[in-house]
Design a protein around this ligand. Structure first.
Ligand SMILES: [Zn+2]
Length: 283
């Protein structure tokens, strides 16, 4: 009896062992499949790792907002209507660059949408600047004054599209009064004043210093700005040697905030905003 029982016990135990092994094997297969699937998902998500990382670092990408990324709360600049830009972005090498509010390109070819808005802060009683960039502007002016350049002030900063309309029409009328034809008046105006919607003053990131006069290039302030403005994130937006690319005559008084990181790179590489954003090969 005992012997027989022993055999049966052994049989039972063997069966249990086989069952246990089968269960373990099945579990291993399930785990292996799960790992393979997980890996595939991660790989698909990570196809553009650099792009996503850069976008996150900049914290203000149109893409991120369109994807519902709630971490980018700063991005309240009315950049929602950028579907076309986003399409271009997917084929560009400068993905993160084109999506950065700091270096948003506004010119004749890239007008702002009619409903563009930006959060502004008062620089003084009549002038406003982008809330995110007004600190560096204030600091730059203060530091210039501290270093003995007292003759410096912001003449023109943020301009609404309505205001630009008035400015543009006033200029045309001025030339008409001088006896120019409508065509000539418009051409002359276009050399200095952007059509409403195409001025980067609408962004609240551009500042005209002092008398908006070419004589500004002979001032100590101009010399100081050329040397130091990039540290505060500002660039000379329309340099003399880049007129063909910007399409705007040299404006020593007009400085644009792009953030210190971009400003330093542009200064080092001698690039205007168009070259920097679009890539020199495209300009
Ligand atoms: Zn200006």
């Amino acid at each position: 009896m005992n012997k027989t029982d022993g055999k049966e016990d052994l049989k039972k135990m063997t069966n249990i062992h086989i069952l246990q092994l089968s269960i373990i094997l099945i579990l291993l297969i399930i785990i292996a499949v799960a790992v393979i699937v997980a890996r595939k998902v991660i790989t698909n998500d990570g196809q553009t790792p650099n792009f996503e990382t850069e976008i996150d670092q900049m914290g203000n990408s149109d893409d991120a907002e369109e994807e519902g990324n709630t971490t980018n709360l700063d991005n309240q600049t009315g950049t929602e209507n950028e579907t076309n830009t986003t399409d271009t972005v997917t084929v560009s090498n400068n993905l993160s660059v084109l999506n950065d509010w700091q270096i948003r390109l506004v010119n004749r070819e890239n007008p702002l949408p009619d409903d563009f808005t930006v959060e502004l802060e008062n620089l003084d009683a009549s002038r406003q600047f982008d809330k995110r960039a007004i600190g560096p502007l204030r600091q730059m002016i203060l530091d210039m004054r501290d270093q003995g350049i007292k003759n410096i002030w912001a003449q023109s900063t943020y301009r609404s599209i309505e205001y630009q309309k008035g400015l543009y029409e006033k200029s045309i009328n001025k030339y008409l009064k001088q006896g120019k034809s409508q065509e000539e008046a418009q051409k002359l105006t276009d050399e200095y004043i952007n059509k409403p919607g195409t001025s980067e003053h609408h962004l609240g990131l551009a500042v005209d210093f002092n008398n908006v006069d070419e004589g500004f290039e002979n001032t100590k302030a101009y010399e100081w700005l050329l040397e130091n403005a990039s540290n505060y994130g500002f660039i000379l937006r329309y340099p003399k040697e880049k007129e063909d690319i910007t399409g705007i005559e040299y404006e020593p008084w007009h400085w644009r905030y792009v953030g210190p990181e971009h400003a330093k790179k542009m200064k080092e590489q001698d690039l205007c905003l168009e070259e920097y954003v679009l890539g020199s090969s495209l300009v």
